[in-house]
Write a protein that binds this ligand. Sequence first.
Ligand code: KG4
Ligand code: ZN
Length: 340
Amino acid sequence: MNSQNIYILGIESSCDDTAAAVIHNGKILSNIIASQKIHEEYGGVVPELASRAHQQNIVPVVDQALKKAGITKDKLSAVAFTKGPGLMGSLLVGTSFAKSLAYGLNIPLIDVNHMQAHILAHFIDEEGFEKPPFPFLAMTISGGHTQIVKVNNHFDMKVIGETIDDAVGEAFDKSGKLLGLGYPAGPEIDKRAKLGNPKAFKFSKPKVDGLNFSFSGLKTAILYFIQREVKNNPNFIEENLNDICASIQYTIIGILTDKLKKASKETGIKHIAIGGGVSANSGIRQALKDGETKHGWTTYIPKFEFTTDNAAMIAIVGYLKYLEKDFASQNVMATARLKI
Ligand code: KG4
Ligand code: ZN
């Protein structure tokens, strides 16, 4: 492999985080992220506000990423950016910025698929983190995505299962909203679940064919359950919050691991990697570890800062594509519904 002095700037702006990172060969030099607090008051991402915040944040975030990396922009070999999938208004900011910068510096432009990037984040050189061998299964779980992907090679990936409605992170966040928790509720549910009984309340798992997922039924089941219980006891939520959180989390983990087991069985692949914000969940991490003893899996969980939306994952894909000379033209367009 060619590994001279290759510096790539990665830019991510697909949802509500404005992020920039610099990678030198395979190693991350800086990974800067500006999260947008504004959405907390609305209990979810407001696309119009996200685009505006990206426009305010993009230059300072890129500037900080270059400074932290200790380089000036004339050292850059290429600019990589998220082409999609994501919110169109958000993607347009990163795409336009990346195009202009690459044009101004007269260096290659590299378009990156955000979902591939979540998976390829495993290939960042990082001490103490092993890279999964091909082929492996990748489960990407976040507020925007829920997929199981068969990864044959860096750029040969096949989605073998995905959600037909809500993403798993939404299941956490919407359940949390029903319980009066703040947004995003995933981390709080996780914290409370550790103190509660996962079998206190039973929620049925959806019946979905193949390796696909569904989470919207669970949200409705939780809504009706809460309404019913609160009618009998107005203090039901406060009195049982930890048990409710533990039971919801237990159900969600069951839904995810059932499909993962099925995917591993059907493909015969036992190397399992996860990514996305929900992979921070302690119950999911434990379930994967249990799979190592129960099913002979080898599991891979990237460093936390590379699992949530970030630009380091965009930069590593930029680097891998740079080595292949796989560049984008200046006509490239942001694509909200980009497939793997
Ligand atoms: O990857 P991410 O930062 O952004 C995207 O959605 O792409 O993921 C955010 C999601 C939110 O839904 C949040 O509630 C969830 O990840 N999350 C968690 C935990 N930490 C973050 N869900 C469950 N347990 C956690 N510890
Ligand atoms: Zn993401």
